[in-house]
Design a protein around this ligand. Structure first.
Ligand code: ATP
Ligand SMILES: O=c1ccn([C@@H]2O[C@H](COP(=O)(O)O)[C@@H](O)[C@H]2O)c(=O)[nH]1
Ligand code: MG
Length: 217
C-alpha cells in the first residue's frame, strides 16, 4: 500500500520537486521552518494557530481547510474528499500533500504552521519523503474528549463533520492513527504537549514561550 502510494506521490510531485526544494519562495530549503500542530477535533488547533500567526508571523496551513476548499471548488477529488470527511476518515496522502505543497509554494514565507497534519504514519512519511525536511517542532493540544465534543458541537461554522456521530468517529481515528504520530515525535524530542483546557488567551500563554525561545521564530 505504502509503496504504491509513495510512487504515485513521487510521480505527482516529481516535475516541481527539484525546483521547489532547491528554492522555496526564494529561500534555500534548509531555511524552511515547519511546525506541525496536532490535537483531537475541537482541541483548539486553528484558534491557537491564528494567535501564533499574529504574534510570530508564520503562515498557517490548515490541511482540513485545504480539503474543504477542494470540495467547494468541485475538483475531481471533491466527492471522495467529502465522503471521507463525513465519515471522519483520512484522505489519501497524495491528495493532502499535493495541496499542502501548492499552498507552501504560493506565498513568500518560509515559516509554516501545518495544522491537522500528519494524521497518520503514512501522511508523515509522505511529507518527509516529498518535502525532504522534518518539522522543527510539533505542538500537541491535549484536551479531554468531553471538552472537544462540546466545542465541536458549539462551533456553528456549518462544517459537515460537526455533528455528534462524526465527532465520535473522528475521536476514534485520532486515537488510533494520530496518537502514534504524536508519540513518534515525542520519542524524537520534538513534541510540545500543551494543556488545551482554559481560556484561549490562557492557552496562548502556554504556547508563546515555545516560539519566543526559537531562534528563527
Ligand atoms: N480554549 C478554548 N475554550 C473554549 N472554546 C474554544 C477554545 N479554543 C477554541 N475554542 C472554540 O472551540 C471550537 C473549536 O476550535 P478550533 O476550531 O480552533 O479547533 P480545531 O482543533 O481546529 O478543530 P478541528 O480539528 O475540528 O478543526 C471553536 O468554536 C473555537 O472558537
Ligand atoms: O491531513 C488531513 C487533514 C484533515 N483530513 C480530513 O478533514 C477532516 C477535518 O480536518 P480538521 O483538521 O479537523 O479541519 C478530518 O476529520 C479528515 O477527514 C484529512 O483526511 N487529512
Ligand atoms: Mg481546525
Amino acid at each position: 500500500m505504502w509503496r504504491r502510494t509513495s510512487s504515485s506521490i513521487s510521480s505527482l510531485i516529481c516535475s516541481s520537486r527539484k525546483a521547489f526544494f532547491k528554492q522555496v519562495n526564494n529561500q534555500p530549503s534548509e531555511n524552511l521552518f515547519i511546525t506541525f500542530v496536532l490535537g483531537g477535533p475541537g482541541s483548539g488547533k486553528g484558534t491557537q494557530c491564528g494567535k501564533i500567526v499574529e504574534t510570530f508571523g508564520y503562515s498557517h496551513i490548515s490541511a482540513g481547510e485545504l480539503l474543504r476548499r477542494e470540495i467547494a471548488s468541485k475538483s475531481a477529488d471533491g466527492t471522495m474528499i467529502l465522503n471521507r470527511i463525513k465519515e471522519g476518515k483520512i484522505v489519501p496522502s497524495e491528495v493532502t500533500v499535493k495541496l499542502i505543497l501548492r499552498e507552501m509554494e504560493s506565498g513568500s514565507n518560509s515559516k509554516f504552521l501545518i495544522d491537522g497534519f500528519p494524521r497518520n504514519d503514512e501522511n508523515r512519511r509522505a511529507f518527509e519523503e516529498i518535502v525532504g525536511v522534518e518539522p522543527e517542532i510539533v505542538l500537541f493540544f491535549d484536551c479531554p474528549d468531553e471538552e472537544m465534543v462540546k466545542r465541536v458541537l458549539n462551533r456553528n461554522q456549518g462544517r459537515v463533520d460537526d455533528n455528534y456521530d462524526t465527532v465520535v468517529k473522528r475521536l476514534k481515528v485520532f486515537k488510533k492513527h494520530n496518537l502514534p504520530v504524536i508519540n513518534y515525535y515525542a520519542n524524537k524530542g520534538k513534541l510540545h504537549k500543551i494543556d488545551a483546557v482554559g481560556t484561549e488567551d490562557k492557552i496562548f500563554e502556554r504556547v508563546r514561550p515555545i516560539f519566543a525561545s526559537m531562534r528563527r521564530a
